[in-house]
Design a protein around this ligand. Structure first.
Ligand code: ADP
Ligand code: MG
Length: 276
């Protein structure tokens, strides 16, 4: 049965979850795949309203698996995903926007139709969705490109379309899996700034997977460092720099200190893996 999404719902920001209030938690999550790989072991993680949490760790430490479990795309082998305030069995797909490393746009559809897709799948008509599509494109700075096709766009612009599409259902939480890893550094810095602005305007919570110490420090309110085999959390580093942040943050002593501490935690995590 299609879930009803009214134009008003799709067109306006989500009802903000109060800062500090737990939005979703992983409780004692283990994940063992059918081939015996233990991807995650004993993961406890609370994600609170309006946080920007980065998951940072070496390749194979279970970052993508943790994100997919949060999204309900993969079931944990043990433990659970808890949405406080919701009944067991509630459908949270409308609360979640997912952005992958590849923008995965439909090449035959223009920008507006790509952003429309999640709404269409939920039974919203193109006419009803018009306002939501326009506001999501405005949020990512692509309002003038609604009629362009993916082949006409740069890598950074394609990623912006992918973000607009993830916002179209007005999610409370945006899950992003190394979204900027394939982009050049200038484009990545620009998207970092735009993402922080967008989070403030849209009022959503973000969980962001990255390999980059610098990116995690610049963006996050909290960095969660993971180690591999089995995937687990080994450090949590709060970033007590108020927003709005801008390029000047990158030149502060606090930024340098946080990069040093985060880097040390990441090296510790890699050292903890006897197979590397
Ligand atoms: P990361 O995103 O941190 O690089 P992943 O979550 O992708 O790590 O993977 C964690 C571990 O689980 C890795 O060893 C990976 O090979 C394994 N893995 C991931 N997905 C599957 C799957 N579908 N089947 C079997 N093993 C998997
Ligand atoms: Mg991954």
């Amino acid at each position: 049965m299609p879930v009803t999404v009214t134009t008003a719902r799709a067109d306006s920001p989500p009802r903000p979850v109060r800062a500090g209030q737990t939005l979703v938690s992983l409780e004692g999550v283990d994940k063992t795949f059918a081939n015996g790989t233990v991807a995650l072991s004993g993961l406890d993680l609370d994600i609170r309203g309006q946080e920007f949490v980065s998951l940072l760790g070496p390749s194979g430490c279970g970052k993508s698996t943790a994100l997919r479990i949060l999204a309900g795309l993969v079931d944990p082998s043990r433990g659970r995903v808890v949405w406080p305030g919701a009944a067991d069995g509630d459908d949270h797909r409308g609360d979640i926007g997912f952005v992958f490393q590849e923008p995965t746009l439909m090449p035959w559809a223009n920008v507006a139709d790509n952003v429309f897709l999640p709404l269409r799948l939920r039974g919203v008509s193109r006419r009803e969705a018009q306002g939501a599509i326009a506001s999501c494109l405005a949020l990512v700075g692509l309002d003038k490109f609604a009629h362009a096709y993916p082949r006409e766009l740069s890598g950074g612009m394609k990623m912006r379309v992918s973000i607009a599409r993830a916002l179209s259902l007005r999610p409370k939480i945006l899950l992003m899996d190394e979204p900027f890893a394939a982009l050049d550094e200038i484009t990545r810095f620009k998207l970092n700034d735009d993402l922080l602005r967008l989070q403030k305007e849209f009022g959503c919570t973000i969980v962001f997977v990255t390999h980059s110490v610098y990116e995690s420090v610049y963006l996050s309110t909290r960095i969660v460092v993971m180690a591999a085999r089995p995937g687990r959390i080994v450090a949590e580093i709060p970033v007590d720099e108020p927003s709005p942040r801008d390029e000047s943050f990158r030149t502060t002593a606090l930024y340098a200190d946080l990069c040093r501490r985060t880097s040390a935690a990441l090296h510790g995590a890699m050292g903890a893996d006897e197979h590397l």
